[in-house]
Design a protein. Structure first.
Ligand code: ARG
Length: 587
């Protein structure tokens, strides 16, 4: 493995080595408490933290560590009540740049090697169009898949499609009774997306009829029974609904550039044959009890407004299973069959009580052993322009495909307005990368649990914390590197050159890449990576401001700066890829 230990790791190692020489054995293995610092590259508070136990004044302890460190590649001093400030030698920072450029994967290690994570994300519902509510789960889940895999983890993608339930009996009945609605014999009418749009409309019509016509309710119930008991014609109709919807979802996934394929689909119906067994096991283990004819799980800490316990209903009074039973069977399957040691559920924050109860039930039943972690990864809501939940003028949900169209059009205008040398075809391609990227980035850069307002103009802005801004920063670097290539094809880094402050700041920022990816993986928070990339682009702007590259005053300085530009471009491109954004070479 060719991991390049990051600057902060080097600082930690140096402080630990000094601790081993200065402190008694029982204290020398403690955390070195190294953090990035404004006063130096890094600061350690270990002098303060361990002074008491070491039986010496903090400044004194810090001073002893400092004098040990003086022999190494860090310049150290002590400030305040006993802070240890560390500054890495210029030579060593240049060496880091060289090593990262030469290493595969920018020298980032594989800390997740040997782990196996199931990620549950996207999960739209069959016979309905994907709407803005599915955007967050889809892009956050996709980024987590990418980051965990990049860090060496094994990742199993699971698309828990909403493909089962009494609503399908109702819809199939309605479609049969209304040949004039155009569902049957629609074969030549447009693509999957258009067909799902039609289904979405018919579904709503079916609901209306269901609400108003008692006879239809009866016939729909009959269809539900037919579907559940495997009636040939009914399951055939259902399979068709699933196929059309899945094809339409796939079109959107491809357009969004997310990694999901049909092979990742394991819809709710996948678990139907396990539900009886799951209920049985829950009853036997005592995790669930019969209550009022239903099979329920009760929790001490889950009560309604009246203080009465609110159960998780595994099986309804009428014998039917719902969302909860399916999720229990799914979880059991993910641990037993898929051998997950971590399961991430990227699902709307409004479902947190559901997951709390499902996880607690699974623990009780012994399906979630101690070494396995099940985590609900909740996210906030996408709001409309007024800061209220996003709805169409008619009060309906907003179709995702339409939003993407609008974003690509806006990005096209924004890119075309800037001076550029792109052909028409290149411009179209860049607009797609920028428009789709803008939507994804706006979502991913928002602190995961916060709501955000969907504002296309702001999303495609070339200024500020946007995907387009980062893509431009990357493309500008590639253009610069292309020009340099012509003059100086193989620049080599001279580690003996002193660092300018802006160069130093940029290198230190680049050195933080692996650390931020580990944080994204641990906390399941891609917005940390977005924030990192934005800070990197800002450090790059500072660098441009004070350090001419092509016009550097000596060839050696130009070579060093070109290396720095190349590492920055590669890091931006890699980071954007891990967010699921494209990084065009030219814009
Ligand atoms: N289909 C569900 C919805 O649209 C989301 C499913 C999430 N995953 C799960 N295992 N429950 O709300």
């Amino acid at each position: 493995m060719t991991e390049v230990l990051a600057a902060m790791g080097l600082a930690e190692r140096a402080v630990r080595e000094a601790m081993a020489r200065v402190l008694p054995e029982d204290l020398s293995g403690r955390d070195a408490l190294v953090r990035p610092s404004e006063h130096a590259d890094f600061q350690s508070n270990v002098g303060l933290a361990l002074a008491k136990e070491a039986g010496r004044p903090p400044r004194d302890l810090a001073e002893a560590l400092r004098s040990e460190l003086a022999a190494g590649p860090f310049a150290a001093d002590v400030s305040g009540p006993g802070f240890l400030n560390l500054r890495l030698a210029d030579r060593l920072l240049w060496a880091q740049v060289t090593a990262r450029l030469a290493a595969p994967r920018l020298g980032v290690g594989l800390p997740l090697a040997g782990s196996r994570t199931v990620i549950d994300y996207s999960a739209p519902n069959i016979a309905k169009e994907m709407h803005v509510g599915h955007l967050r789960t889809t892009v956050i889940g996709d980024s987590l898949v990418r980051v965990l895999s990049f860090l060496g983890g094994e990742v199993v993608r699971q698309n828990h499609l909403g493909d089962w339930g009494t609503q399908f009996g109702m819809l199939i009945q309605y479609l049969d009774e209304h040949p004039e609605a155009g569902w049957h014999g629609r074969a030549e009418q447009g693509d999957a997306a258009a067909q799902v749009a039609l289904l979405d409309t018919l579904y709503r019509a079916a609901r209306k009829e269901f609400e108003r016509d008692q006879d239809f309710v009866e016939r729909a119930r009959g269809r539900v029974v037919a579907l559940q008991s495997g009636d040939e014609a009914t399951t055939g109709a259902w399979r068709e609904l699933v196929a059309v919807s899945t094809a339409a979802f796939q079109q959107l996934y491809d357009r969004l550039g997310v990694l999901l394929t049909e092979a990742d689909s394991a819809g709710e119906s996948t678990y139907n044959h396990l539900l009886d067994e799951v209920a049985e096991e829950l009853l036997h283990s005592g995790a669930a009890v019969e209550s009022d004819g239903a099979l329920c799980v009760f929790f001490e800490d889950v009560t309604g407004p009246d203080g009465a316990p609110v159960p998780l209903i595994v099986r309804k009074k009428d014998g039917g299973y719902g969302y909860a039973a399916t999720d229990l069977a799914t979880l059991r399957h993910r641990v037993r069959e898929l051998r997950a040691d971590r399961i991430l559920y990227v699902v709307d924050a409004r479902q947190s009580l559901h997951f709390k109860m499902v996880f607690a039930t699974a623990r009780r039943a012994g399906w979630l052993p101690a070494g396995v972690e099940a985590v609900h990864v909740p996210f906030g809501t996408v709001m409309g322009p007024g800061g209220t939940p996003f709805k169409t003028r008619e009060g309906g949900t907003v179709r995702l495909a339409e939003l993407l169209d609008a974003a690509v059009a806006a990005a096209h205008r924004a890119v075309a307005d800037k001076p550029h040398e792109l052909s028409e075809a290149e411009l179209d391609d860049v607009a797609r990368a920028a428009g789709i990227g803008a939507v994804k980035y706006a979502d991913l850069s928002t602190s995961r649990t916060k709501n955000y307002v969907f504002d296309i103009d702001q999303m495609v802005s070339l200024q500020g914390n946007t995907g387009v801004y980062l893509q431009y920063a990357h493309a500008r670097l590639r253009t610069l590197l292309g020009k340099a290539q012509a003059v100086d094809p193989a620049p080599e880094v001279d580690p003996g050159l002193p660092l300018e402050p802006a160069e130093r700041a940029l290198i230190l920022q680049l050195e933080g890449f692996g650390q931020v990816l580990r944080e994204v993986a641990d906390e399941a928070e891609p917005h940390r990576l977005a924030g990192y990339l934005f800070a990197l682009a800002k450090a790059l702007t500072e660098f441009y401001g004070s350090c001419p590259v092509l016009k550097a005053d000596t060839p050696a300085r130009r070579a060093n700066r070109l290396a720095l530009c190349r590492l920055t471009a590669d890091t931006l491109a890699q980071g954007l890829d891990l967010l699921g954004l494209r990084a065009p070479e030219r814009m």
